[in-house]
Structure formats: C-alpha cells, structure tokens
Design a protein around this ligand. Sequence first.
Ligand code: HEC
Ligand code: HEC
Ligand code: HEC
Ligand code: HEC
Ligand code: HEC
Length: 496
Amino acid sequence: MSAAPRRVRLVPFIGVLVVAVLATAGVTALLLNISERKAEERNPYVRLVEVDEDTTDPEVWGANWPKQYDTYKLTSLATRTRFGGHGGSEALPEEKIERDPWLQRMFRGYAFAIDYRDRRGHAYMLWDQENTKRQTVPQSGSCIHCHASVIPLYKELGDGDVVEGFEKTYAMSYAETNEKLHELGHAHPVSCVDCHDPKTMRIRVTRPAFIQGIQAFAEGDGAAPHLPSVQRWREGPRKAPYDPNADGTRGEMRSFVCGQCHVEYYCSDKFKLTYPWADGLSVEDAEKFWDETTFADGERFYDYKHKETGAPILKAQHPEFEMWSQGIHARSGVSCSDCHMPYMRDGATKVSDHWVRSPLLNKERACLTCHHFSEEEMQARVDGIQDRNMELLQNAGAALMDLLDAIAAARAAGATEAQLAPALEYQRKAQWRLDWVAAENSMGFHAPQEAARILGTAADLARQGQVAAMKAQVSAAGRGSPRNDLAGPGSPRPRG
Ligand code: HEC
Ligand code: HEC
Ligand code: HEC
Ligand code: HEC
Ligand code: HEC
C-alpha cells in the first residue's frame, strides 16, 4: 500500500481537528465576550455610591460619573446665539417680539401673551416654570411633566403606579403638584434617572406621555422612514404595544430621550397631557388629530379663543422632535444627541457632552465629525437656512395680520358669525402652521424645506382667509360683487 491513501485519510481528520479547535476557541471567546458584556451591563462603571429609581438628585450620580455630571452642570451657563438660547417659547429674540407685534397679537387670549421669558439651559427648567408670569393664570399639574424629575412623584400619587399618578395630575393644580414635588424632595430639573436606567446606565425613556404618544404613533400609519423599529413593529405580530425601551434602537433612543419633552402637546385641566401623534408626526397629522378631538361636552378641541376674532385657535408648542422627524438628518440616522450632546475625548475614552445647548457653540464636535468643512462654512450654511426661514416667517406673520384686520373690518360692517365662519376657520389653519414653525426652536434648521413648505402654506391660507373675510364684509353690506367693494371704506388697508 502506498502512503498516499493514508495521507488522504489524514487530511480530513486534521481538518476536523483544526475546525474543532477553532470552534472551541471561538465559542470560548464568544462566551468570555458575552460574560464580559453581562458584567459590563451589570456594573459598567466603578460605583462609589448606589443610585436607584428614587435618586433624582444629580449630584449623587455625580460621584460615580463626574465627567457627565460636570458637563451637565454647565447647562446653567448663558448660551446665546443669533436665534438660540432666548426668545421664550417662540424662538424669536425678545427685541424681535417687540419689533414684530404680530406675535403678541396672534396670541391674544392666551397666557403666552402675558410673558415671554428667555428659554435657557436645563438647569433652569423648574425655576423658570415656577416663576413665569403665566402662572398668574391657574395652570395644570401636568405642566410639571417636562420640567422636573417627576417619576417618583407620579409613583406616590398613583400608590405605586406611575401611569396612574401621571393621569391624576391634569386635574390637580400646578401649585399643589409642585408643592408635593418639593415635599418629597424631588424638586430637580431633568436628571440622570430620567434618561438612564440606574442599574445598567442604558439610556431609556420614562415620561408616560411620550410612551403613550409613541405607542399611538406606532399603531397608526404616519410616515416613519427615520424610525426603523417602528416599521419593524408595524410589520410584526403586534402582540404587545410598541415599547420604545425594548424595541427602540440605540440610535433612536438617542433622540427619544429628548422627544420626551421637546414636542407639541396639550396640557390643561380638561383631559390628560397628550402628544397628538396617532395620525403621524407632520403638522397636518397633528392638526387632524386635534380637529377630531372633542371636549367632554362634544365641542371641537381648541387651546384658546382668539380675543379679537373669537376663532377657536390651536396653540403649537416647541415641536422639535416632530420637525426633526421631517428632515434629512433624521432620515440619515443623525440623532438629537449627535448634534446637541456630541462626544468629547477624555483620555482614552469618549464621553457624551451633557452640556445640552446650541450646537453652533460647539461646531467642531457637533458638525465637523460628519461634515468636512470649516466651522465658518458650517455657520454660513446654518445662517443661510435661518435667514430664509426668518423672512418666510415674517411674510406669513404679515399675511396673518392682514387676515385679522379683514375680519375686524367685516365685523365692523355687520358681518354675522355664519358669514365670518370660513374666515375664522382659515385663521385657525394659518395660525397653526405659522406657530408650528415659530414655536419650533431651530429657526428652520431641523427641516429647512419642510419649514418653508409650512410657512408658504400658512401665508396662502391667511390670504384665502382675507378674501373670505372680504366676501363676508360685502355680503354684510348686502350689495354687489366683492370686487366692486374692495376699495371701499372699511376694507383692509393695503400693506407696505
Ligand atoms: C444635525 C444637527 C441637529 C440635530 C440632529 C438636531 N438639532 Fe436641534 N438644533 C441644531 C441647530 C443647528 C440648531 C440652531 C441653534 C441656534 O440657532 O443657535 C438647533 C436648535 C435646537 C434647539 C434650540 C436651541 C437653543 O439654543 O435655543 C432645541 C431645543 C433643539 N435644537 C432640540 C433638538 C431636538 C430635541 C432634536 C432631536 C429631536 C434636535 N434638536 C436635533 C442642530 C441639530
Ligand atoms: C424633562 C424634559 C426635557 C428633556 C428630557 C429634555 N429637555 Fe431640553 N429643555 C427642556 C426645557 C423645559 C427647557 C427650557 C428650560 C428653561 O428655559 O428654563 C429645555 C431647553 C433645551 C435647550 C436650550 C438650551 C439653552 O441653553 O438655551 C436645548 C438645546 C435642549 N433643551 C435640547 C435638548 C436635547 C437635545 C435633549 C435630549 C438629549 C433634551 N433637551 C431633553 C426640557 C427637556
Ligand atoms: C411636553 C413637555 C412640556 C410640558 C407639558 C410643558 N412644558 Fe414648558 N417647556 C418645555 C420645553 C421643551 C421648553 C423649552 C423649549 C421652549 O421654550 O420652546 C419649555 C419651556 C418653558 C418655559 C421657558 C420659556 C418660556 O416659554 O417662557 C416656561 C416658563 C414653561 N415652559 C412653562 C410651562 C407651563 C406653565 C406649562 C404648563 C402649561 C408647561 N411649561 C408645560 C416642555 C414642556
Ligand atoms: C436628557 C437625557 C439625559 C440626561 C438627563 C442625562 N443623560 Fe447621560 N446620556 C444621555 C445620552 C443620550 C447618552 C449617550 C448614550 C448612548 O449613546 O448610548 C448618555 C451617556 C451617558 C453615559 C455613558 C458614557 C457617555 O458619556 O457616553 C453616562 C455614564 C452618563 N450619560 C451619565 C449621566 C449622568 C451622571 C447624568 C446626570 C448628571 C446624566 N447622564 C444625565 C442622555 C442623558
Ligand atoms: C452624524 C453625522 C452628522 C452630523 C453630526 C451632522 N450632520 Fe449635517 N448632514 C449629515 C447627513 C448624512 C446629511 C444628508 C446629506 C448627505 O447625505 O450627504 C446632512 C445634511 C446637512 C445639511 C443639508 C441639509 C438639507 O436639508 O439638505 C446641512 C446644512 C447640514 N447637514 C448641516 C449640519 C450642521 C450645521 C451640523 C452641526 C450642528 C450637522 N450638519 C451635523 C450628517 C451629519
């Protein structure tokens, strides 16, 4: 017998041996890796103090995670940019509000016409809410949802059930809810425990209104090209409701933690704090949601009746999450945290900057990691977007003022409620869109083309409303066709 066949038989044997050794090594490495990860998950950081669900004081967490705590504390510093860090809820600098009376006139009849305070860093959120002059009008206990580390308070109010406690607050007064928060020792602005699981330090969402809102969104069919986990859930068996903490990807969570508060909402004493997302996240989706919502007495939902015209108005609040959702960054998987909490180097490790602020104060880390241009070039691109947005905003604001003038003129001429109804409906629609962009805090940056589209539509609706009011005026006067009357006394003044 030649040696050849034996060698031939040996080859597969050695092959099997090698494969077995490699596989064992592989499995061992994998097991080691898994157990390391498990250990990491259990205790990824050296802990000097224990923190749990009731540790709302960030200083306690600071003993374990000093880098994050140190930067978190910087949110008490001033952060003014051209459009950022000031301007109350309307994204417009104070001087602008004085120069552009249209904003104040638009809000006549609403508490927002009383006080615009500087919007500023997270460190101030509770204090600013406690001290706004808008508190001279009684406010709902649900206001506190986005201005304090509130979960232990909900637990207490709901006898251990967070959601039940949350759902009680809308009917409580702000004063009572706030007092209880202080009594329990949880009077802190948004804290570590609001975004982190104290056991694993994983980021998570805790706000019941966000969890309910995003569940309703998943159950609807609103566009979600930027939220792959929502798409996956929609295509799956849907055995349990969509759960951002279990289903969300890490990338999505890096935006969801902010979406807990930087969103459009209803917060008053008629029903619980609600995020209007069941039909989707666009301005039209939210409008549809509110239009189809009724109060207990069957009346269609509104936030306030406009003091001059009586129109039932929808008030928009800081829809950053919704607007970001419409933009190219969201679609490219760029999260809020990528720009507002960029990584910084700390020796060999990377730390997320917890000084949440305008990325324009931090362009090198916030933008240049992805865009390989100079800081000046990135600033110029943002300026271009914000300037155009500002101009469109002013145009739409002027159109709305003309609509209000036209309604006033028609009223003065004796137009009836029925005759004015179409113009008032246009006012509601135009104001909703104008306010959506004005209340959004990026001056158009989060979704430039979407903001421009909305403002274009707002101006168009305001002009259509103006025409409707002129028609009402003519009908009230009971003569001729509208065209003959446009130049008559009492008709809207031309602008300019
Ligand atoms: C691609 C980067 C980027 C992403 C992603 C992003 N933002 Fe912004 N954001 C900006 C820029 C730029 C501004 C304008 C800042 C200015 O005018 O000073 C801004 C403004 C803001 C402001 C007002 C800042 C201030 O100083 O007043 C808030 C609040 C905000 N963003 C929240 C969010 C939230 C919440 C998300 C996610 C849902 C998000 N942003 C996603 C870049 C980003
Ligand atoms: C618990 C609610 C809550 C959460 C969660 C939250 N914010 Fe805020 N944020 C606020 C409030 C309230 C203010 C305004 C504080 C004030 O003016 O007193 C604010 C202010 C800001 C500002 C303006 C800062 C400045 O210096 O002017 C930015 C930017 C911002 N938030 C971005 C974010 C981002 C990004 C996230 C997620 C990483 C986030 N926020 C998470 C409630 C929240
Ligand atoms: C869904 C979350 C949420 C709820 C509920 C909420 N806020 Fe805020 N609030 C924010 C965010 C986010 C900001 C920062 C962005 C901005 O100012 O546009 C803010 C800013 C503020 C500010 C500082 C800027 C300004 O507008 O003067 C005050 C004051 C304030 N809120 C009061 C209230 C009151 C009163 C209520 C109850 C009617 C309330 N908030 C309910 C999220 C919320
Ligand atoms: C508004 C939400 C929010 C709050 C409040 C917050 N964090 Fe974070 N934190 C984040 C996000 C987002 C990340 C990035 C996590 C990721 O990508 O997995 C992060 C990351 C971390 C990490 C992981 C390492 C790193 O830096 O990326 C630690 C540790 C941490 N935070 C500690 C803290 C501590 C301590 C506090 C309170 C002083 C705090 N965080 C408050 C959102 C928050
Ligand atoms: C994590 C990566 C990332 C970060 C951080 C980032 N961008 Fe972008 N940016 C993108 C991507 C991806 C696009 C989409 C265009 C593309 O695919 O080339 C984009 C597009 C843009 C556009 C074009 C917008 C449009 O509507 O067409 C501008 C302007 C821009 N970014 C500015 C900024 C600024 C300013 C910052 C910092 C505040 C920033 N980006 C941070 C990834 C990023």
